[in-house]
Write a protein that binds this ligand. Sequence first.
Ligand code: SAH
Length: 371
Amino acid sequence: MNEQPATRQNLMGLDQQGLEAFFLDMGEKRFRARQVMQWIHQHGVLDFDSMTNLGKALRSRLAEVAEVRAPRVILRKQSDDGTRKWLLQLDGGGAVETVFIPESDRGTLCVSSQVGCALDCSFCSTAQQGLSRNMSSAEIISQLWLVRQELLAETGDSRAISNVVLMGMGEPLLNFNQVLPALRLMLDDFAYGLSKRRVTLSTAGVVPAMDRLREECDVALAVSLHAPDDPLRDELVPINRKFPVAELMDACRRYVRDRNHKTHVTFEYVMLDGVNDQPEQARALVKLLQGVPAKVNLIPFNPFPGTVYRCSPADVIARFQDILHHHGVRTITRRTRGDDIDAACGQLVGRVNGRARRIRRASGAAGVATA
Ligand code: SAH
């Protein structure tokens, strides 16, 4: 009988640095990292025995100490508009959702980074759920691994996912250490090879972690702003009490300062009827964004049971957008996608049971980026 260590190291979530450390630790050569990364993420191989450019002895040692494992899919749904949703079972009982949004010129995968969320944004039903736990880097990158494999099997297209947005459940910058290797795998030519422009991290504004992201892995940045001033933002996005608007905007300016590939910060602004959608608030937003290379995404509010908010009427959203346009701020209004399968922004729940869902429809807010 083979003696197996209590827990085998899951290689799914290790980036180049992590895999190299793992192989060096085994007394193996550094280049094994590249080989195994390609097997896992490009060829979709989970079984060491199929990794034919590794020697037989190494393959059986790996099978003893390591594994390559993705969460199990417990539910798949497809919307009339083509948006698709996967519900994934995580170790320990939690579940998270991943959403794929096909468009004519791109395919965007919206991934989760935490089970639930610790931030208490008043218009997002994840707040009711609280934070269960951080996802591991393996669980985060598995979302891309799984969906890529399924789309490849169906269509033969390995590039169906052209963009990734960290806009699912959770606050990615409060799980920095696990998000970072997952981001690095998305960008690595031996894994998914996406450009930094096509990977977007969305944050409610964890200012110190924004600076760390800029230094360590400066992918495209989206900021959930939702209000142009501190009193209102304190109410809607309570982390604002810790990192107020002025500090947040300074961090945004720093983020794109060196430019390179970073042309702008995307600002998300959920349209709440009578709360943040007035012309004077649009003008305040224009003022706030002066000197910041910005694009604004107006998001129609997706209601959920028990919420006090309503979505702004279409003409109010149009007027708000006109004011921004008039002052030269690039603005789009996001189309709601996948709401018939509860896959739209603010509708991700990570719940399996339909009854539990009706009683307590907690949400993880999948941002469906179209910019
Ligand atoms: N915590 C990160 C990542 C989540 S992104 C962040 O806040 O950016 C999810 C996006 O959907 C955020 O912009 C969020 O503010 C928005 N959102 C949350 N609930 C929503 C709802 N009910 N309707 C529309 N958008 C919502």
